[in-house]
Design a protein around this ligand. Structure first.
Ligand SMILES: [Zn+2]
Length: 237
């Protein structure tokens, strides 16, 4: 789970931790490749979880659809032949991260329709992150379903292809919310719960590994290649 790929803002800036330097991201991706891993999108990951496919794969996701991910991560992913999923807030096409600015984060530009199309055409996946970045577990059913179906429809209209991947804003989910996501027609969804996704996880709420500005290479590899994140998950359960 990545958010922004850019030169991190100054010390003391809110959410500075979720901006990974492009050089660090490049090094992380190159190490995955060197170690024999294939970076895949969330939808491409699905058959590996069910056991239909076998291999060394790492699902790569980006939340919120930042312009800096398009500019700084896409060339590296393309160079390595990796795919990934970028989750878009459809009421903010070419807009801003207003929801994060409300709590003091700096403004960040979000991808335009042209960038979303190009992301998809370059072999990457586009998923939904709702229409307006809502807390799904605090939203009434009708409104939640509208957010889920509307964002899916908008993205499918832009891309002229099925959009099956979803990501819960703020990691905010519940058993009920998972049912709404499935009801809206999504096939796979991811939360912010820590852990390495496996066959026993609910495909409507797969756990992730959070990669931050401060995640240095050894820690990155420990998170991906060892049971470190699974121990963290067990400790929380
Ligand atoms: Zn988000």
């Amino acid at each position: 789970m990545y958010h922004q790929i850019d030169v991190p803002p100054p010390k003391g800036t809110r959410l500075r931790g979720s901006t990974v330097h492009p050089a660090r991201f490049k090094s992380q991706m190159r190490w995955l490749k060197r170690l024999g891993y294939q970076g895949v999108s969330l939808s491409e990951l699905a058959p590996y979880l069910t056991g239909e496919k076998q291999g060394k794969v790492v699902g790569i996701t980006f939340d919120d659809g930042y312009d800096n991910v398009y500019r700084n991560a896409l060339p590296i992913l393309t160079e390595l032949g990796f795919s990934s999923t970028n989750f878009i807030v459809t009421n903010e096409l070419a807009g801003q991260n207003h929801w994060a600015q409300l709590t003091g984060s700096p403004m960040a530009q979000l991808m335009s329709i042209e960038q979303i199309r190009d992301w998809h055409h370059q072999g990457q996946e586009i998923g939904s992150h709702t229409a307006s970045h809502i807390h799904l577990d605090k939203t009434p059913k009708e409104q939640a379903l509208t957010e889920l179906t509307q964002s899916k429809y908008v993205l499918e209209h832009i891309l002229q292809t099925e959009v099956g991947a979803f990501c819960y804003p703020y990691g905010s989910e519940s058993q009920e919310a998972r049912q709404w996501v499935a009801q809206a027609g999504y096939r796979i969804a991811t939360s912010t719960q820590r852990g390495l996704a496996n066959a026993t996880d609910d495909v409507m709420a797969l756990p992730r590994v959070n990669i931050l500005r401060s995640t240095h290479l050894i820690h990155f590899l420990r998170k991906i290649m060892t049971q470190y994140e699974e121990q963290k998950r067990a400790a929380k359960a």
